[in-house]
Ligand binder design. Structure first.
Ligand code: HEM
Length: 294
């Protein structure tokens, strides 16, 4: 009679790529159904939200790719090492410069959930490199799949230029055919030498990677709902949305801070006390000039 243990061992003899897809089916649905992702799919994403998620992705990919580089010659990772085709850090740097301006490194926030993901990536890369493939699979195959749909949605919703600025993250210049590349990637995953126990741990790590992503989306959603960025109040969502359809935005992110500064100046000028001081100064100057003329 077949026990559940032997049954499970039999099913574990399948290819890693197949097992990975099966194991993460449920968490994938969970990720797709987070409010953040659901809104995104409906084109309901503000510039503020998009900037926040791009910033979090920057921290995540910096950690992921640092650990990949550390393990590029390690046989537990080497077969799936595709830096020219997949790596996203440089693309995210371009996007962040576009959205935040040249001072982006000082401006981007790293929420706690993102930091937790980053820490797990470093822990895996340094102490459990055989699990790194689970993290690379979760992000890169996702970016090459649903990510391509999200690219079009973001471009339309945020009215980003058709020349691709702000969307470098979604653009894989080194991959001419995503379907074929994913097939190659899966075959390399399947070529990784792995015993049964390690295979199980890799599947668990992939589920964990999805959950870490879900937590990042949930934290971003919470941050936006609270109207807080880095502890500072931000403009209301409606204002950001209406700004997204303002064509002048296409000239780049610098315009946003200029507009914010202008709003601050307007506020200062309309403060009653400041108006009184200005009026009195004007009066005093007029009297002084009059006396001088006499
Ligand atoms: C709105 C959100 C999302 C949509 C619409 C979406 C959509 C898709 C689609 C259409 C596929 C291709 C399925 C196939 O080829 O059979 C796919 C695959 C994949 N997605 Fe997503 N996805 C979303 C979010 C995510 C997230 C948040 C992650 C992980 C962080 C992710 C990771 C993956 C992975 C790893 C695959 C490859 C599965 C495989 O072939 O083994 N996806 N996704």
């Amino acid at each position: 009679m077949e026990t559940s243990q032997t049954h499970s061992s039999e099913s574990m003899s399948k290819d890693l790529s197949e097992l990975m897809k099966e194991a993460t089916k449920e968490v994938h649905e969970q990720a797709e159904n987070t409010p953040f992702m659901k809104n995104f799919q409906k084109g309901q994403v503000s510039l503020h939200e998009f900037k926040l998620v791009t910033a979090s992705l920057y921290f995540i990919y910096s950690a992921l790719e640092e650990e990949i580089e550390r393990n590029k010659n390690n046989p537990v990772y080497a077969p799936v090492y595709f830096p020219a085709e997949l790596h996203r850090k440089a693309a995210l740097e371009k996007d962040l410069e576009y959205f935040y301006g040249s001072n982006w490194r000082k401006e981007i926030p790293c929420p706690e959930a993102t930091q937790k993901y980053v820490e797990r990536l470093h822990n895996v890369g340094k102490n459990h490199p055989e699990l790194l493939v689970a993290h690379a699979y979760t992000r890169y195959l996702g970016d090459l799949s649903g990510g391509q749909v999200l690219k079009k949605i973001a471009q339309k919703a945020l009215q980003l230029p058709s020349t691709g600025e702000g969307l470098a993250f979604f653009t894989f210049d080194g991959v001419s055919n995503a379907t074929k590349f994913k097939q190659l990637y899966r075959s390399r995953m399947n070529a990784l030498e792995m015993d049964l126990a390690t295979k199980k741990r890799v599947l668990e790590e992939a589920k964990k990677a999805f959950l870490l992503n879900i937590q990042v989306f949930e934290a971003l959603q919470e941050l936006v709902s609270k109207g807080q960025e880095n502890g500072h109040p931000v403009q209301p969502k409606a204002e950001l949305r209406s700004r997204n359809i303002n064509k002048s935005y296409e000239h780049g992110p610098g315009k946003e801070s200029e507009r914010t500064n202008r709003r601050h100046t307007d506020t200062i000028l309309t403060t009653p006390l400041v108006r009184w001081i200005l009026a009195l100064s004007f009066l005093a100057t007029t009297v002084a000039v009059g006396l001088f003329a006499m």
